[in-house]
Structure formats: C-alpha cells, structure tokens
Design a protein around this ligand. Structure first.
Ligand code: PEP
Ligand code: MN
Length: 364
C-alpha cells in the first residue's frame, strides 16, 4: 500500500537504487546522517559516541586525510587509526566510512570500514575509481570541485564498469567566484541528478559551508530538496579539531539536524506501508515529529497566556477554538470533524495544563 506523503519533491524518484552502508540503507525511506570528526584523531571513540548519541546512523572515520598543504595533519594513518575505528564500531554498533587516497589503501581498509569515501580531489583518479569498483565495497563518490554532472556520472561509471553499483553520489559544493563560503553548495544537483540517474544522492554541507554557523541551513536546504543522506563533520570540541575546525558542528547542533531530518522525512518521503514493521517505523517517525511540535505548541500556549493575563483577556476563547477545529478539519478530512474536535480539545487542555510549568520560560 502506498501512502502519499504531505509534500513530495517534484523530482523524487520512486525507483531510487538502494545502497547499503552496513545495515543502513541509503535511497530508501529514511535519510541517514553520516557524522564524525573530519579526521580520526586521538579521542576518536568518544567523538564517535557523541555523534551516535546525537542520532548519527553512520560514522565518518577518515584515518587518511587528503590535505591541501603537506605540513597539515594527514590523519592518524591506518596502523594507529584502524583499531580506533574497530573500537568505535564495537561501542556504538554503527557502520563506518573512510577515504582511501590510493588504490592500495582499499585492502588496508577492508574489514574495518563499511564504505569507501572517494574525496573530491580523487574523483578524477581513474585507477582509484576502478579499484574501488573492483573492491565490491559501497562507494560514496564526491563531486570534484569543478566537475559537471556529466563528468561526475562518468566517474561513477568507472566504478559501475567493474560490476559495482553500490554507489552513492555526494554533492559537497563547487568552486565558484564566491569566497565567503569554502565552496558553493549546488542544491540543483539533487533535483537534476534525479532525472539523470537512479543512484542515491548525499550532500556534505560541511565542506560547502566551511563554517559551522552555516552548516544547519545548508543541511536543511539539502533535506528539503530531497537528499538521500547527509555527511556532516561533528566534533564534541570543534575548536580542538585537528582538521577543518571552523566547519565542525557540536553534537547538540547535529542532534537538531537529525530531528529536523526525521520530521522532513515524514513529510517528503513515501511511506512503506507494506508490513507491520514498515508501518511502525513510519508511525514512530511521525510521532517523533508530532510530539516535537506539541512541545513547541505548549511553549507557545504558555507565552500567549502570559500576554492574555497582562491584557486581562480570558484564558479560553471558545469562538477561536471552534475556528481552529473548523480549519484543522479541512486538513484532516479522513479523520472527520468529530474526531478532530476531540483531538484539538485534548491538545488545548493538555497545553493549558502545562502552562504553570512552562510560564517561567515563556516570561523569560
Ligand atoms: C572529506 O570529506 O573528508 C573531504 C576531504 O572532503 P572533500 O573531498 O569534499 O574536499
Ligand atoms: Mn574535512
């Protein structure tokens, strides 16, 4: 059974190819968030735990780092880094991704990582693309910083030509004349590539923004445009990151992006109503969104009560309550006016009941 979502991206494909990163599926009904520090560094296991607690479903575990300057921190390397990845996977139960810089790195990463990240600088490295294809491992292929869609898809063809279609494309911003951001996030890529390929499309707002303050806006833009996954740099102490400190967000900010992603998912992605488990998963997602909004509504009710009491207005206004029921009945014709009436009054009653606890916050 198909249940229409509230808003379906005009370009959303029902037949997006599903790609796995461990037990996590990309291109399906949820939008996994891949997060962790830019580079694996000492303390990585705690960084991974923080990303997991914030709601990440896959860990960034880059033990090797391509850096612009040779003197910059290049990552812990495989010998020191891979045991940390293994431990982070064991503790969190999450799959992990890492970037091979050369074809030989792939065999070193095998068994430790669940997907290979091909960085923007490597998108044109055809021997590496071929080796990633031959590995049979899932490949997250970043867009080169000046690559057209055609060139990017041609790079994906190098992986696919080796018999490996476990490919996720990742938009990470392109080089433009603008210098305020590190790169310019090309949101159009999500819409346009839907028409060009069935491969799932991830977005990395971190390397596009280059500044932690702008990452949430770009993440939400990508989600609204229908991105299938997000790749985000997150560090419990961003300023202490050994790599890309300016763009690392805190776990608190990550958890707000995860919450927004879950709410948008319920509104934009088709539900799987074909099984008890599928229906329950979507019901949980919808309930998460509904109750976050109810919490927000209750705070707003406390604020309006504060203003009403200052203006000597009565606590309840039946004319307005009836108008609310009438308006919401139009949004929920299948529920019908009587049920909407009962639900609205239950919500109003419970929000008013919470006013004494919330009014301190509202006044402040
Ligand atoms: C990365 O994600 O670690 C990275 C280096 O980004 P990009 O390849 O997009 O520059
Ligand atoms: Mn980085």
């Amino acid at each position: 059974m198909t249940i229409e979502p509230l808003l379906i991206s005009a370009t959303r494909r029902q037949d997006t190819h599903r790609v796995s990163i461990g037990a996590v599926e990309v291109g399906g009904h949820t939008v996994p968030i891949i997060a962790g520090p830019c580079a694996v560094e000492a303390g990585y296991v705690e960084h991974a735990v923080a990303a997991h607690r914030a709601g990440a479903s896959v860990l960034r575990g880059c033990v090797l780092k391509p850096r612009t300057r040779p003197g910059s921190f290049q990552g812990l390397g495989t010998t020191a880094g891979l045991p940390l990845l293994d431990e982070a996977k064991r503790v969190t139960g999450l799959p992990v991704i890492a970037e091979p810089l050369a074809a030989d790195d792939i065999e070193l990463l095998r068994g430790h990582v669940n997907a290979l990240l091909i960085g923007a600088r490597s998108m044109h490295n055809t021997p590496l693309l071929r080796a990633a294809g031959q590995s049979g491992m899932t490949v997250i292929l970043k867009r080169g910083m000046s690559a057209t869609y055609d060139e990017w898809l041609a790079a994906a063809d190098y992986v696919a030509a080796e018999g490996n279609r476990q490919i996720i494309l990742c938009e990470r911003g392109i080089r433009t004349f603008e210098t305020a951001t590190r790169n310019t996030l090309d949101v159009s890529a999500i819409a346009v590539l839907r028409d060009m390929t069935d491969l799932p499309i991830a977005v990395d707002p971190s390397h596009a923004a280059g500044n932690a303050r702008w990452v949430p806006s770009l993440a939400v833009a990508a989600l609204a445009a229908g991105a299938d996954a997000l790749l985000i740099e997150c560090h419990p102490d961003p300023a202490a990151s050994l790599c890309d400190a300016a763009q690392a967000i805190t776990p608190e900010v990550l958890s707000r992006i995860v919450q927004t992603s879950q709410s948008l998912c319920a509104m934009t992605r088709p539900a799987v109503a074909g099984s008890v488990a599928g229906c329950r998963a979507m019901i949980d997602t919808i309930d998460d969104a509904v109750f976050r909004m109810l919490e927000y509504r209750a705070a707003m009710v406390a604020a309006v009560q504060h203003h009403k009491s200052a203006a000597l207005l009565p606590e309840r206004d039946r004319v307005r309550e009836n108008a609310i029921v009438e308006r919401l009945s139009r949004h929920a014709p299948r529920l019908g006016e009587q049920r909407v009436d009962r639900l609205v009054h239950a919500i109003i009653d419970e929000c008013l009941d919470a006013v004494p606890e919330l009014s301190g916050e509202a006044v402040a």
